[in-house]
Write a protein that binds this ligand. Structure first.
Ligand code: ACO
Length: 333
């Protein structure tokens, strides 16, 4: 028993924000952002939420597969920006789709969330408990960005991507590898809620000590850069090794869309043609857990990926977390 991707979908908010518009918010410029990141614009949510984008991407994937909502028995959403702590985004998607058959599960693994989710869903399908899964990466990072911080606010965008993964006799997902290093968690943070119960307040010697930290992204950009290059290389090499293929036979690598310079550095270090790496960060920015399925859907719709072609998906992000997958492309609907 194997699993394979049979359809893709994606959704982004209507509003596009260009670099020049950000230069009106913080001390930056189009030239700086393009040179340092490769990004020109990104989509920003106004009325959309993480769950509405996730549901829209899921509907498109279901439509592409010619499936109805109740054909799905697992809904997984990778996100770090859920609408609520509960209900989960996956449960909200279930309700929006009118699905009654699925187990719903959110997964937090930063920008690696989609690759982690693929590994979990693939394992559940192989174990025989699940026949068909919707795996979605969805984010509204614009809610956790500090719009006065030029170091971070130029990097992120909102959106969602989805795939339908189903049980198959033919191999589709050939390898999934994941790693984590919690000791380096502070490199990239979005704080959670502070404990402000009366006893915690009493126990605190300084009331400021328990003031809720602002829930905004902070990161050590250069440290993330260094980490990312090694993480992508390991994920590619390890997933290709387990899949039993040579990296040179990969048709396209879809990396997490964090920064063009990270991808340039990996390509040159590993001697891989830059064009093998598919990027759309120029138009979408970094959409964290959504970036890989968003790029995969765009690639799938823009060109006909040859059946049997090898694709590699590679994620890295907060936690720290990283991982990769090699898939053999199936006929998509
Ligand atoms: N506009 C203008 N100047 C800026 C901006 C900006 N938007 N942001 C930072 N600067 C300034 C800094 O203040 C600094 O000024 P100083 O020298 O006067 O102190 C200068 O530019 C250089 O700053 P660096 O941090 O050294 O710039 P660097 O070349 O490293 O680029 C960047 C920063 C783009 C964040 C880079 O480190 C990077 O891409 N790191 C990877 C981080 C990443 O991709 N994060 C995404 C989230 S994590 C994830 O998805 C896994």
């Amino acid at each position: 028993m194997f699993s394979r991707i049979v359809a893709t979908g994606s959704s982004v908010p209507e509003l596009e924000v260009g670099n020049d518009e950000l230069a009106g918010l913080v001390d930056t410029s189009d030239e700086w952002i393009v040179t340092r990141t490769g990004m020109s614009r990104r989509h920003i949510a106004t009325t959309d939420t993480t769950s509405s984008l996730a549901a829209a991407a899921a509907r498109k994937a279901l439509d592409a597969a010619g499936l109805s909502a109740d054909d799905i028995d697992l809904i997984m959403v990778a996100t770090v920006t859920p609408d609520n702590f509960t209900p989960t985004v996956s449960c909200q998607v279930q309700a929006a789709l009118g699905n009654t058959a699925a187990t719903c599960l959110d997964l937090w693994a930063g920008c690696s969330g989609f690759v982690y989710s693929l590994r979990v869903a693939d394992s559940m399908i192989r174990a025989g408990g699940v026949h068909r899964a919707l795996i979605i990466g969805a984010e509204t990072l614009s809610r956790v960005v500090d719009w006065t911080d030029r170091n971070t606010c130029v990097l992120f965008g909102d959106g969602a991507g989805a795939v339908v993964l189903e049980a198959s006799d033919e191999p589709g997902v050939l390898a999934c590898v994941t790693r984590s290093d919690g000791s380096r968690g502070n490199v990239l943070r979005i704080p959670g809620l502070a404990n402000s119960n009366p006893w915690a307040i009493k126990a605190a010697s300084d009331a400021d000590a328990i003031a809720p930290p602002p829930s905004v992204i902070s990161m050590d950009g250069q440290e993330v850069f260094r980490f990312a290059v090694g993480a992508i290389q390991w994920s590619l090499e390890e997933s290709a090794r387990i899949a039993g293929i040579d990296i040179s036979s990969i048709y396209r690598i879809i990396p997490h869309q964090a920064n063009n310079r990270i991808i340039d550095a990996v390509a040159s270090r590993m001697g891989i043609e830059r064009d093998v790496f598919y990027t759309n960060l120029q138009r979408f920015g970094n959409t964290s857990a959504a970036s890989i399925p968003l790029a995969l859907d765009e690639l799938n719709r823009a060109e006909s990926i040859p059946v049997g072609a090898y694709l590699a998906l590679v994620g890295f992000g907060g936690g720290l977390t990283w991982g990769g997958s090699v898939i053999r492309w199936a006929q998509t609907a």
